[in-house]
Design a protein around this ligand. Sequence first.
Ligand SMILES: [Cu+2]
Length: 142
Amino acid sequence: MKYAPLVLLLSLFLLAGCIQQQAEEATPQPETSTLEEEPHEEAGEAHEEATIVSEGVPSVTVVLKNFEFSPSNIDVEEGQIIEFKNEEGVHTVTISEAGHDEPLIDIELSSADSVLVKFNEAGSFDLKCRYHPNMVGKIVAL
Ligand SMILES: [Cu+2]
């Protein structure tokens, strides 16, 4: 056991590291404030701006047909649901924050499929189908 002293020393270092880390965690950190959280947000509600939901009554139905979203300019209120109903071909419902590439929602719909998307927060959103560059729309949640 000629390594025993080394192991002991290493353990002490690790232990010291743990204690230090705990001390840091216990210190209040004003940097991690809750700036992005909406004060009126209900507990347990999703933080994403838009989420796919399995049930709910849509306030608007958008039909995918003739290579377009109809209507393509959609206004909803915060908390409302849009139903996207594909009546022809295969398309995607791809929704991102206006001006952002990274989608919040990206789902493929076969013909006769539909999806419910709930808008949890106010904002402007770009709507598109990834397969057909001409299929675009705008969603505003107020
Ligand atoms: Cu399409």
